[in-house]
Design a protein around this ligand. Structure first.
Ligand code: ADP
Length: 706
């Protein structure tokens, strides 16, 4: 279908925007969505491969709603990075539509959002807004759920499922759900009460094969294999695939099972990528490398390693990178500066960075001590990154085999296999804890009967219809919440206590809240406070247990016998939590990032994600302590120390912007110990920090200097 044919059916603004981006013809799933009632408000599930144009379907429905009806549209993604990417693209395409991005603070109802027409959310942020009672929800005319196949993800699925069910019950907005190719799109569509659009269209055809020795083996429809010789010298198949791709002037993405393997892979490949870089590319990569190195004020070994590799046109990419570094790598790859990325499968959860060739070297994923085989859907998600629209005539996605038998097996198990059906991840009581509390706190559902009836509308019930199991889960969870005094019942109807309501808004797991409250009741020293926040579900996976943690834990528990009851609730690896507390202690004792990362066998990315979580948890502890009329001073101080990673004596200095743990320590050691000292002797600050940095600090903090 030509875009011109839509004239009169959709606002001209959309047509103009499509033309201005060079879009003249609709892709098959786009045409099919339009023909199936996208413009007349039908709910719709679109299940099709990456880059088949799903986003545009959502965009047309959203903008059509905004311009035609004056209502709002929202876009919801399970990953923040994805919401951010789509928001940025949208702003460029429709500068005159008021668009906002809301993925941050989970403890706010963000009334400012009422002003906006198109809002991009993470699932959690949208869910938390409902808990805070945002008052513009009835003005939403269209809701887009991106990556809806994530319903079967154990950690992200349940919230998404409850949110969809809730919105189904409470709004009349059009729902547009976008999914990768899955085995049971019809079931999902039926549950969503949506029309189904499926397609296997790809803008760039995808060749799927298996790497074995120096060949790629593709399977033909007849079942016969055809071999394609790879252009290169190496005897190592994946290196040869890289050589072959680089010789074509293209880029490669290789997936490994572990962070370590990904890093080792990148180190091995640098010597193949570096020689093909032009002088201009080298200059730009030098800049990128610097940004990566300077992401922390004192680079860790990982920062140095990544920075050096990036300068030779290769990068590793995994959850251990700092966000800022990840973004530099992604941009440099999109700009065709980095030629090879060696990644763990987490990359597929982020933004879209396609490459000509994708190699899935390992079909396992190794995370938190568990090794898991990748499913067909996951491998297809990784494969889907092959082929850059506009640059490639075709994309190539390869598995790796060590023997001919293995090659045949992988072909059968993955290349020729059908996608798996997705299931619901909602079937266990603990995942319902926070949702049931939120139902009651919002006054949305207040009886066991209504909660069970609601849960019978979930995808879980749709698939398994297990009414008794649902009733027993509700029973169990409501009983627990009542025991913990987060809810009370009267005449068969529940209300949330003040504490329960606050916990629901704070968006922490009620069990974590209970564990923290029990400890708050005690006199807590610094380790006690850190242990309180570490001993929660949100801080998992815990840091590696060090020898010190093992030794000190027993001793600490002996000295603080009263903490014992904390662990009677649920065994959640208290020694691991204690080790995590010690890691936070090292952080606030100003140990260098590099040394912490080493001591706890972790990565800068994981360390900073723990620090961010710790900040949220200690904030939550303060908020709960206020309601319980407990002292909060020590907690408030601890929050500052955790945020900056500093000893108590630096707390005054970090009040100024641009002063963190390193600069504050430097000033302090040189006799500048407070903001007042800075104001009194700017000359000295200049000498300590250097003129440029000192003056930037003065300017940013409105401090007079001459
Ligand atoms: P998906 O959401 O299915 O992964 P996208 O909607 O992101 O795919 O589309 C992938 C790319 O194709 C985008 O750069 C988009 O601008 C472009 N695109 C989408 N629809 C068309 C079309 N009809 N013609 C040309 N390019 C298109």
């Amino acid at each position: 279908m030509e875009v011109g044919e839509l004239r009169g059916r959709i606002p001209n603004e959309i047509i103009d925007s499509l033309y201005s981006r060079g879009i003249k013809t609709l892709t098959p799933p786009q045409e099919s969505a339009i023909n199936n009632g996208l413009l007349s408000g039908h709910n719709m599930l679109v299940a099709s491969p990456t880059a088949s144009g799903k986003t545009l379907i959502a965009e047309i429905a959203a903008v059509n709603t905004i311009l035609r009806t004056g209502m709002k549209a929202v876009y919801i993604a399970p990953m923040r990075a994805l919401a951010t990417e789509k928001y940025e693209e949208f702003r460029e395409s429709y500068p005159y539509i008021k668009a906002a991005l809301s993925i941050g603070d989970l403890d706010s109802n963000d009334p400012w959002l009422a002003e906006y027409e198109m809002i991009f959310f993470s699932t959690e942020k949208f869910d938390s807004l409902i808990r805070h009672g945002a008052d513009w929800l009835d003005k939403v005319g269209a809701i887009v759920f991106d990556e809806v196949h994530m319903l079967d993800d154990a950690s992200r699925g349940p919230t998404l499922e409850i949110l969809i069910t809730k919105l189904h019950e409470t709004t009349r907005a059009q729902i547009i759900a976008l999914s990768a190719t899955i085995g049971n799109p019809d079931e999902l569509a039926q549950w969503l009460r949506a029309k189904l659009v499926t397609s296997d269209y790809r803008p760039v055809p995808l060749l799927k094969g298996v790497l074995y020795n120096s060949n790629v083996y593709y399977v033909e429809d007849s079942g016969a294999f055809v071999a394609e010789k790879l252009n290169g010298e190496s005897e190592v198949p994946e290196i040869r695939a890289v050589q072959d791709t680089l010789k074509k002037g293209k880029q490669v993405l290789i997936f490994y099972s572990t962070k370590k393997n990904a890093e080792a892979g990148a180190a091995k490949l640098a010597k193949y990528a570096e020689p093909i870089l032009s002088a201009a590319e080298k200059n730009l990569l030098e800049e990128a490398g610097k940004k990566i190195l300077n992401a922390l004020s004192r680079p860790t070994e990982q920062c140095e390693k990544l920075s050096t590799l990036v300068k030779s046109g290769v990068a590793f990419h995994h959850a251990g990178l700092l966000n800022q570094q990840r973004s530099v790598v992604e941009h440099a790859f999109k700009d065709n500066l980095i030629k090879v990325i060696c990644a763990t499968p987490t990359l597929s959860l982020g933004v879209n960075i396609p490459a000509h060739t994708v190699v899935v070297r390992d079909i396992t994923r190794y995370e938190n001590g568990l090794s898991e085989r990748l499913g067909v859907n996951e491998v297809m998600q990784l494969f889907g990154r092959a082929g850059r629209p506009k640059y490639d005539k075709e994309g190539r996605a390869l598995l790796l085999a060590g023997t001919r038998e293995r090659m045949e097996e992988l072909t059968r198990q993955y290349i020729l296999a059908k996608p798996e059906p997705i299931e619901s991840a909602l079937g266990i009581a603990p995942v319902l804890r926070s949702h049931i509390l939120s139902f009651i706190a919002e006054g949305f559902l207040t009886t066991k009967k209504s909660m069970a009836a609601f849960l019978q509308k979930t995808f879980y019930s749709f698939l398994f219809g297990n009414k008794l199991h649902i009733e027993s889960m509700v029973e169990e969870v409501a009983g627990e919440l009542e025991d913990w005094e987060f809810i009370t019942s009267s005449g068969g109807s529940y209300t949330a206590t003040k504490l329960g309501k606050r916990i629901s808004e704070l968006y922490i797991d009620p069990l974590s809240a209970k564990l923290m409250i029990d400890m708050l009741e005690e006199e807590l020293d610094n380790i006690g406070m850190l242990f309180m926040i570490a001993n929660t579900l949100e801080m998992r996976p815990y840091a590696k247990v060090t020898r010190e943690a093992e030794e000190k834990y027993a001793l600490y528990m002996h000295e603080h016998k009263r903490f014992k009851k904390v662990h009677e609730l649920e065994s959640i690896d208290p020694v691991g939590a204690f080790s995590t507390a010690l890691m936070l202690r090292d952080w606030i004792e100003e140990m260098k990032e590099q040394d912490i990362v080493k001591r706890y066998s972790t990565t800068p990315g994981a360390l900073f994600s723990k620090i961010t979580n710790a900040d949220w948890l200690i904030y939550s502890a303060i908020e709960m302590a206020k309601i319980l009329r407990m002292r909060t001073n020590d907690l408030i101080d601890m929050r500052v120390r955790l945020r900056y990673g500093i000893k108590e004596e630096l707390m005054d200095l970090v009040r100024l912007s641009q002063i963190g743990r390193v600069r504050a320590r430097l000033l302090y050691e040189n006799g500048i110990r407070s903001v007042a000292d800075i104001k009194a002797d700017p000359e000295r600050v200049r000498r300590i920090l250097g003129k440029e940095i000192a003056e930037m600090i003065f300017r940013e903090n409105n401090i007079e200097f001459h």
